[in-house]
Design a protein around this ligand. Structure first.
Ligand SMILES: [Zn+2]
Length: 575
């Protein structure tokens, strides 16, 4: 087990030989200078030699552990640059309500609430996930407190929708949170209201549902620790070597720190502190940003980032768009949650402290305004030129594609809807055909010289990076359930680079990680198939990762061949 504080003094004696050698492989390096090799030697966690077996012979000594790959395919480990294992899994360990149906009907929601209430008589709050708005529309019903009061009037109930953009609560929950017609909307969301009386309907949009979370007990550290542990174990087993966990608070950092100390942080994690109460209240935000975040710092963990919701989502039509939403006769184009001036000042301030800003931008006007603020920060003195991150990039304006490169901003895309599925056709049609035609423009950003990365954004889409990799290349449904394609595919080489070296760039590590080059960290994976030798459609997503090495350390061993791996066997099933 690796200690948090394991450190090699720069003047210490070092063996000239490798600790580890991988031989007889088909190794894709991601380095255009030498794209393929068959052998690699690793010392002190770094690659010291590569080539064929004879090319690394000089590095093999008596103490070198040699692993024969038997001709198998290997490549750099993957980067998932935006996800939330805590939000997905904490409800399970906290034993919250999980309806467990992809698109539950209102009747199924009602039955699940009643069954949970009966099984948990001591629970004060009935809290859980998910309902979906369109199944209410289909049933001719309106979701909100009136409907929920008919199901459960005497205990507070709060249910999230599957996009995490809306919370439905009953009257008692509103009362516990002190929300009335006189409650103003927060800046990062709003309460749906009766147009005549101003009375809240029980639907809280975007950051507004943090008002309800504030009235509920916060998630305990042991629950969060168990949630992150399973997420990390899954990600390591699926070949992920670095991830960004966005929207963290003090409890979440404590949980990650505990895993780090226990030697169970088998990836590099950048944790982004919530800039405002977008999901739950972050009580020590200012102390963390002022310097407390450094207490959590190790070789594997940092909290030098902030995250916020800049605009909303498609379902409640709160994405901030350059032209109005289709069918909106009021000219409604969505909204942003910070003024441009607030954003520009904040970005500059964070930039001077070396803190990365990760902004949720689904609409084209949101990313446009975000890029303007980065441009403004770049003009002001004292900035460090931090690589800020535009999250989701659902709809980008064509003239912004080149600005990602010019301003050094990462364009992050989430795979939830770049391939057709039932969920997509239900939810995404709201953007209208013109905007959908330029949605998820990974190719456009790459062609304009920018850095694109992916973030699975679990629980909005599956945590499995291989679904993302396949659908980057095909833009088709991996299970063949739906016809057609959505958006422009990119090549396999491009997709691998998006999910490896571009991720390293967006974590400021491209000089030390992200491809298999001499001097870089030995973060690599061995697969059960050669990605370059198979038909991508229907196959890449089913890839099995046999071995995952993190800085030369074996952290996942699917076949239990090497007994010292941190995690053994198949990835746990999480959804
Ligand atoms: Zn997210």
């Amino acid at each position: 087990m690796r200690s948090l504080y394991e450190h090699r003094p720069s003047h210490g004696a070092r063996s000239a030989y490798a600790d580890l050698a991988l031989v007889n492989g088909r190794i894709y390096t991601g380095d255009p200078g030498l794209p393929w090799c068959s052998a690699l030697a690793v010392a002190g966690g770094r690659i010291i030699a590569r080539g064929d077996r004879s090319g690394i012979d000089h590095a093999i000594g008596a103490g070198t552990r040699i692993i024969d790959l038997g001709g198998r395919f290997a490549m750099p480990g993957l980067y998932d640059m935006h996800t939330h294992p805590d939000l997905a899994l904490a409800p399970r360990y906290a034993d919250d309500l999980d309806i467990g149906i992809v698109d539950p009907t209102p009747a199924q929601v009602r039955d699940a609430v009643l069954a949970y209430a009966a099984e948990h008589p001591d629970r004060e709050w009935i809290y859980g996930q998910y309902f979906v708005r369109y199944t209410f529309r289909q049933a001719g019903l309106v979701p909100g407190k009136d409907w929920l009061d008919t199901v459960m009037p005497d205990r507070p109930v709060a249910l999230l929708d599957r996009m995490w953009g809306t919370m439905m609560v009953n009257s008692l929950a509103l009362e516990r949170a002190g929300i009335t017609a006189a409650t103003p909307d927060p800046t990062n969301g709003y309460l749906e209201r009766d147009p005549a009386t101003g009375e809240p309907t029980g639907l809280l949009i975007d950051g507004a549902y943090a008002l309800i979370h504030a009235a509920m007990p916060s998630t305990p550290v042991p629950v969060l620790r168990a949630a992150y542990r399973d997420g990390i174990r899954y990600q390591s087993a699926r070949g992920v070597v670095a991830s960004k966990y966005v929207h963290v608070c003090e409890n979440r950092l404590e949980a990650l720190h505990a895993l780090d100390t226990a030697g169970e942080l088998t990836m590099r994690i950048e944790a982004a502190i919530s800039w405002q109460d977008d999901i739950f209240p972050v009580r020590r935000r200012w102390e963390l940003l002022a310097g407390e975040r450094h207490y959590y710092r190790s070789a594997r963990l940092n909290a030098n980032a902030v995250k916020f919701h800049f605009d909303g989502t498609v379902e409640p039509r709160s994405s901030y768009l350059i032209t109005p939403w289709d069918g909106a006769n009021t000219g409604w184009a969505g909204k942003i949650n910070l003024t441009p001036e607030h954003l520009a000042d904040m970005l500059w301030d964070m930039d001077r402290q070396g803190i990365r800003v990760i902004a949720h931008c689904t609409g084209d006007a949101a990313s446009d305004t975000f890029l303007d603020a980065v441009a403004e920060a770049r003009r002001r003195p004292g900035g460090l030129g931090v690589r800020h991150q535009c999250a989701h990039c659902t709809i980008l304006h064509g003239s912004n594609l080149r600005r990602f490169r010019e301003l050094g901003v990462t364009a992050e895309f989430s795979p939830v809807s770049w391939y057709p599925s039932r969920f997509v056709s239900g939810a995404r049609s709201g953007y209208g055909p013109e905007r959908l035609a330029r949605a998820y423009n990974v190719k456009g950003v790459l062609e304009a010289g920018g850095i694109a990365v992916i973030g699975t954004d679990w629980p909005v889409s599956p945590l499995d990076p291989w679904i993302a990799l396949e659908t980057l290349v095909t833009r088709a449904n991996p299970w063949g359930e739906m016809e057609g394609r959505f958006g422009e595919p990119i090549s396999l080489e491009q997709a691998i680079s998006v999910m490896t070296r571009n991720g390293a760039w967006s974590m400021d590590m491209e000089d030390r990680a992200g491809s298999l080059e001499i001097g870089k960290s030995a973060d690599l994976i061995v697969l059960d198939r050669d990605l370059f030798a198979i038909e991508p459609q229907g196959n890449i997503h089913a890839t099995k990762v046999d071995l995952t090495f993190m800085a030369g350390e074996l952290v996942h061993d699917r076949l239990n061949v090497e007994s010292d791996a941190t995690w053994q066997g198949e990835a746990p099933k999480l959804w």
